[in-house]
Write a protein that binds this ligand. Structure first.
Ligand code: FES
Ligand code: FES
Length: 224
């Protein structure tokens, strides 16, 4: 009897591309190598961007704040000069600094759209938009959606259809519905539902909001 231990039971390597040696398949190895190559390319690209950012001298980067600094906002056709901190949201700039309290803040975190205003005619949540990002853009609020001492056709239709209860969502709803009619003068109810799908009404006045918007659209089309 030999003192040496028995040699391990070695099997010949199989020729198939999917066969395994020590748990690694050739296909798996090649796929892994591909991912590694892609990851390396991505990493190199990110590192390139980092190098560019680090290479930028402080003179290339404009730093604002934290103290207030001057900005000019173009709201409802007028220029407004403000001193605001860079963290100021557009909703706060409108409500606190310009006393335009028609824009409502409900959730203050982009969930309910009660703070909807238009930026260059596009509805946005003003609680999620920094005021400095609105510099140089045309801001329209509920106060400026119609001419002075006038009501917009959507506002009039909301009154006719009694499309509000507490009214907290109403300015945002009107901004979204009026924006829809600007883009699509002949909306269907499905279009209205989609347009206000981000606007939450805790009082549940949706059926009246849909009816009011369709009514406003047909009134506007008749006058056009
Ligand atoms: S208050 Fe802006 S999304 Fe709710
Ligand atoms: S009317 Fe009250 S939240 Fe819409």
């Amino acid at each position: 009897m030999s003192d040496h231990p028995s040699p391990p039971d070695v099997k010949p390597a199989a020729s198939s591309t999917t066969s395994s040696t020590a748990g690694i398949t050739r296909r798996g190895f090649l796929k892994g190598a591909g991912i590694t190559a892609a990851s390396t390319a991505l990493l190199e690209s990110v590192q390139g961007l980092q190098r560019e950012a680090l290479a930028a001298t402080p003179n290339d980067i404009k730093v604002f704040g934290p103290e207030p600094f001057p900005v000019t906002l173009h709201v409802n056709g007028r220029e407004h000069a403000l001193h605001i901190e860079p963290r100021t949201t557009l909703a706060d700039a409108l409500r606190i600094h310009l006393n335009m309290t028609g824009t409502k803040i409900s959730c203050d975190r982009g969930v309910c759209s009660s703070c909807t205003v238009w930026l260059d005619k596009i509805p946005v949540n003003s609680c999620m938009t920094l005021a400095i990002d609105a510099v140089g853009r045309e801001i329209t609020t509920i106060e400026g959606i119609a001419g002075e001492n006038e009501v917009h056709e959507v506002q009039a239709a909301f009154v006719r259809h009694d499309a509000m209860q507490c009214g907290f969502c109403t300015p945002g709803m009107v901004m979204s519905c009026a924006s829809l009619i600007e883009k699509n003068p002949h909306p269907t109810e499905a279009d209205v539902r989609y347009a206000v799908s981000g606007n939450l009404c805790r009082c549940g006045t949706y059926p009246k909001i849909f009816a009011a918007t369709l009514d406003a659209a047909s009134q506007m089309a008749r006058k056009a």
